[in-house]
Design a protein. Structure first.
Length: 176
């Protein structure tokens, strides 16, 4: 993992001298951030567009929206598992990475969620909840499920049933 990998090992794998790394990057955390930014832009922008489309859709109820969102994010986490693991390890200790996530992802998701919540509340299909709280609940459920299913107790999981159950609990808990 990132924490256990030395800059010497990174240099050796890249086929350069360790000093070359420090000519281009101030530190190992700077190296991580400079690698994560373009990868995040490439991977996260389509995911944000998809999230926006799901939140803005009027053709489905809250449980369906949550199910679609969670299934899409689960597929994303599975596809980019090594990157997700590094991010989950580094986020608690890297303020710059936290800022990148906050500004690049969470702020936009919060705007999409606020608009969706406003529409659902106006239709009487949902009680008011702060968007940030809803996103924390969804993230906690999904990250907890992904870690359990991929790391703690890997096996034959029925993702569709598990996600539908989580989405149903969230949606029914938010109905007026």
């Amino acid at each position: 993992g990132y924490a256990a990998t030395s800059t010497r090992a990174i240099a050796r794998r890249a086929g350069v001298a360790e000093a070359t790394i420090f000519r281009h990057f101030d530190s190992k955390p700077d190296l991580l951030l400079r690698l994560v930014r373009p990868v995040a832009a490439f991977l996260v922008q389509p995911a944000l567009a998809e999230a926006q489309a799901i939140f803005e859709s009027d053709d489905s109820d809250l449980a369906d929206k949550v199910t679609r969102m969670m299934r899409a994010r689960l597929a994303f986490a599975d596809r980019f598992a090594p990157l997700i693991r590094i991010l989950l390890q580094e986020l608690p200790v890297n303020p710059q990475l936290q800022g990148l996530l906050q500004e690049g992802v969470i702020a936009r998701l919060t705007l999409y969620a606020e608009a969706m919540i406003g529409r659902e509340v106006a239709r009487g299909r949902m009680r008011p909840i702060p968007a940030a709280r809803l996103l924390r609940i969804l993230a906690s459920l999904l990250i907890g499920y992904w870690i359990t299913r991929s790391r703690i107790a890997p096996g034959d999981w029925d993702d569709a049933a598990e996600v539908a159950a989580m989405a149903g609990i969230v949606a029914r808990g938010l109905t007026p």
